[in-house]
Ligand binder design. Structure first.
Ligand code: BMA
Length: 372
């Protein structure tokens, strides 16, 4: 009897700890979550921020809004497996996001990616709800405290969340089903360059803001096609990583952002830090039973010809990491994925040919949205 009871308890606890936070999530969203877990160590997917929206021509000039085009496809023959998008400026009913992508086009790209079997993740570089003219990089202290202290500020923030909810709830597949997205709010909070960063609010304020946001979207606005990702910037230890973690009931996926600067002198140090952070993330992900990813990364302008195979691949291959997302190819001095003719393009292809990383066809094979 006693054994049966503890056996049942064990089953109960393990189903609980595998579950995603939104019990009313759509079927496709639940499948995405379970399949991210189930297909760990079966290739790490490559992501690219804004990859379908714009990029660079061989001469370094920009291309914008050419349907069917992406720099990764031009270089390696396939679109990225994961596409990142940002909702910055959705706060103001703007028709374009902070990097000038029309929201109607973003919706189209998200739908195309989903229809191809790929994964979409959404970040939000939002303005400061207390002083809405000030942008995401505003460094005012106590912003979060001042949102909750003041009804007008809170109302304003809720209005912004309404816009986020409307956007996410309007993403639909061919059969009218809602498209699951990985929503990654208040990112890089171990740094202090955004108003929600570690230097500008206390840990409990950050957690309060996080929980309020997630509850508002899921419970109040009934957004049920979303997984919630927690992503720090650099961190020194497991404790540091978890310092502002809002709890297992508020996070579906764990990740971090990391940028490589000052190459080549920093190459060894970067690789070491990256390795340590991936190892710690895998440990945490195993403990909390949640999928994990390198939610942003890159080396601006990729001046290292073998960056992908000598620095990135050795660290991410054969790990639990579901994907690493390269930041956007904004313009000729600010890009993170190779484009046609770029120095690291042959090496990117070599990384892809290793069979250890996946682009869109590899994502499709994982059949993320179907139950197994
Ligand atoms: C930053 C830069 C900015 C951009 C922002 C949000 O890292 O790429 O140019 O506006 O991300 O996408």
């Amino acid at each position: 009897m006693k054994t049966t009871r503890s056996f049942l308890l064990l089953i109960f606890v393990s189903t609980l700890s595998f579950a995603q936070i939104d019990k009313n999530a759509t079927k496709e969203t639940k499948n995405l979550y379970l399949n991210l877990l189930a297909t760990q160590k079966q290739g790490v997917m490559v992501g690219h921020q804004d990859g379908l929206a714009y990029g660079l021509n061989p001469d370094g000039t920009r291309w914008i809004g050419q349907d069917g085009r992406s720099d990764i496809k031009t270089v390696a023959g396939e679109h990225p497996a994961v596409l990142g998008w940002d909702l910055g400026k959705i706060e103001f009913d703007s028709t374009r996001n902070l990097d000038k992508i029309p929201f109607v086009k973003m919706k189209q790209y998200i739908e195309e990616t989903y229809n191809r079997g790929g994964v979409n993740t959404i970040s939000w570089h939002l303005h400061n709800p207390v002083e809405p003219k000030k942008n995401t990089w505003d460094k005012a202290d106590s912003t979060i405290k001042n949102i909750f202290n003041n009804t007008e500020n809170l109302k304003r923030y809720e209005g912004w969340l309404d816009n986020v909810a409307d956007f996410i709830k309007n993403l639909k597949g061919k059969k009218g089903e809602l498209i699951p997205v990985i929503f990654r709010p208040f990112h890089e909070h171990t740094g202090s360059w955004f108003w929600w960063g570690a230097g500008h609010c206390k840990a409990d304020e950050y957690k309060k803001m996080w929980r309020f946001t997630v509850d508002y979207l899921i419970k109040k606005k009934n957004v049920h096609n979303m997984l919630i990702a927690y992503s720090t910037d650099r961190f020194n230890s497991k404790e540091h990583y978890l310092e502002r973690y809002p709890g297992n009931d508020y996070v579906d996926m764990v990740g971090f952002d990391i940028y490589h600067t000052n190459s080549p002198s920093s190459n060894e140090k970067f690789k070491k830090d990256f390795q340590r952070m991936v190892t710690t993330l895998e440990e945490i992900a195993s403990e909390v039973n949640k999928p994990c990813a390198v939610t942003e990364m890159g080396l601006e302008k990729i001046p290292e010809a073998d960056w992908f195979t000598s620095i990135v691949l050795p660290v991410v291959q054969d790990t639990k990491i579901s994907y690493f997302l390269l930041w956007r190819n904004g313009y000729d001095r600010h890009y993170y994925a190779p484009y046609e003719g770029q120095l690291s393009a042959p090496d990117f292809i070599k990384m892809f040919q290793s069979g250890k990383v996946l682009l869109e066809k590899g994502a499709k094979k994982k059949n993320f949205y179907k139950s197994k």
